[in-house]
Design a protein around this ligand. Sequence first.
Ligand code: CDP
Ligand code: ZN
Length: 164
Amino acid sequence: PEAPVLPFRVGHGWDLHRLEPGYPLIVGGVDIPHDRGCVAHSDGDVLLHTVVDAILGALCLPDIGQLFPDTDPRWKGARSDIFLKEAVRLMQERGYTIGNIDCTIIAQRPKMSPHKEAIRDNLCQMLGAHPSVVNIKAKTHEKVDSLGENRSIACHAVVMLLKQ
Ligand code: CDP
Ligand code: ZN
């Protein structure tokens, strides 16, 4: 059958990074003061990776690891906004725009609420979206498992794209 032209597309993204002392903690492009940060090939921005995968998933495109393999030296220490810019370009190329996006950061520490507005502003700018359609929230992991023991940080996101 012919490919349908969908007026809406829903995508889901998820990512997790190990936390270790001596690394920066960058979430949504914001440098967050903490006693540890993400061990990763790129800058380890768990929120941007999640959003990239949600957008790519909505478009039924290959995921972030397929588009930007961590075996490629080009992406070593890369700022994750490069990945998001590419996802947005692929989205626009197909005639879609952000309908809305809802993200949940899972971190036992640090408190994300003081940084949520800065993260939202950054994300809005990168996505070319209005703040009323970009939501950021955070949860602890009730002190259990690696997330709850502050040995990792994770993020979930759901995005809806609108055909222009
Ligand atoms: O009360 P409940 O178990 O549902 O949530 P929680 O994980 O205890 O988190 C309570 C509130 O703290 C959340 O609703 C967030 O607003 C905030 N929070 C945060 O700012 N940063 C985190 N790393 C975790 C939670
Ligand atoms: Zn990641």
